[in-house]
Design a binder for this molecule. Structure first.
Ligand SMILES: [Fe+2]
Length: 293
């Protein structure tokens, strides 16, 4: 068996490669580790060779994303294990720098997913300017059916932690409340948002000042969500991908099927459940012009 345990990277195709490179370099505070002959750019948050990849393109959209797995079996065996789960996967080698082997498949909504066991360590360390998140926190995708997506990724070992009614499903592959979310949306496909974890509320405040200095407006927040209890803000990157910055997210204890207790929880213990939309979007009762769902 294999154990998927973290979201390693997200790749974007972009019509605005220079603007997005500037955003990840200057605003987010990631390090440009390598550039490909096709103009692609590989950015690291701290240790990995890359966590964000930007590919020049005529169309701006999420291209693919990669999860790291642990297994005693080789990548060829992972392909066979996925076949038993009725997932048609392919082993690819040396398709890009930093990751020599990926197992690639397409999920039910057409998203290209890569699994990798090893990534070379560029280890540039955290930068000293920019927002400087801890890491990629989670990825939220528009899908035809959140229920179908939760079931599909459940086959890969993702645990369903919460729901907003029946249209928004949260899943995790580690102790973070959510790593991958699914939003049943009439809009065919496309990322809903990508979220980066910050250290604390002070860091979140600093990030808002920094966005303001860079003339990037905050479109929602700050406020504390219900599911996950993360304090979150949202803004758009130069390609109008919605980006969340958050802190204080719940930690899931799989053995107890509940979240580590926090003073702001209204359930005791706080267990995975189905939330009503109005209870879930903002726990503080604040309203913003932009609706998130
Ligand atoms: Fe989020």
């Amino acid at each position: 068996m294999f154990h998927v345990f973290r979201l390693g990277y997200v790749e974007f195709n972009t019509r605005n490669i220079e603007a997005l490179k500037n955003y990840y370099n200057e605003v987010m505070g990631f390090t440009l580790v390598e550039e490909g002959p096709d103009g692609s750019a590989y950015f690291s948050s701290s240790t990995d060779h890359h966590n964000i990849v930007l590919n020049p393109s005529s169309v701006s959209a999420i291209a693919r994303f990669g999860f790291q797995y642990k297994s005693d079996a080789g990548a060829k065996e992972i392909v066979k294990e996925l076949a038993k789960l009725e997932i048609k996967a392919e082993l690819k080698t040396d398709t890009k720098p930093g990751v020599s082997e990926v197992v690639e498949f397409t999920d039910p909504d057409g998203y290209q997913v890569q699994l990798f066991s090893e990534m070379s360590l560029a280890s540039p360390g955290f930068k000293h300017s920019g927002i400087i998140p801890n890491k990629i926190g989670h990825l939220s995708l528009r899908v035809d059916s959140a229920k179908r997506s939760v079931e599909f990724y459940g086959k890969l070992g993702f645990t369903n932690t919460d729901w907003i009614e029946e249209f928004f499903g949260f899943t995790t592959c580690n102790t973070d409340h959510h790593v991958l979310n699914f939003f049943t949306s009439p809009q065919k496909g496309g990322m809903h948002h990508l979220a980066f974890e910050l250290r604390n509320y002070g860091h979140l405040t600093h990030s808002m000042d920094y966005l303001g200095k860079n003339k990037i407006p905050i479109i929602w927040g700050p406020s504390r969500h219900g599911a996950g209890h993360n304090i979150a803000t949202y803004h758009y990157d130069p390609d109008e991908n919605m980006i969340e910055l958050f802190t204080d997210a719940d930690k899931y204890v799989k053995e107890l099927d509940c979240f580590e207790p926090r003073p702001w929880h209204r359930d005791n213990p706080q267990k995975p459940k189905v939330w009503k939309t109005d209870d879930c979007i903002s726990q503080w009762g604040t309203c913003f012009e932009k609706a998130l769902v």
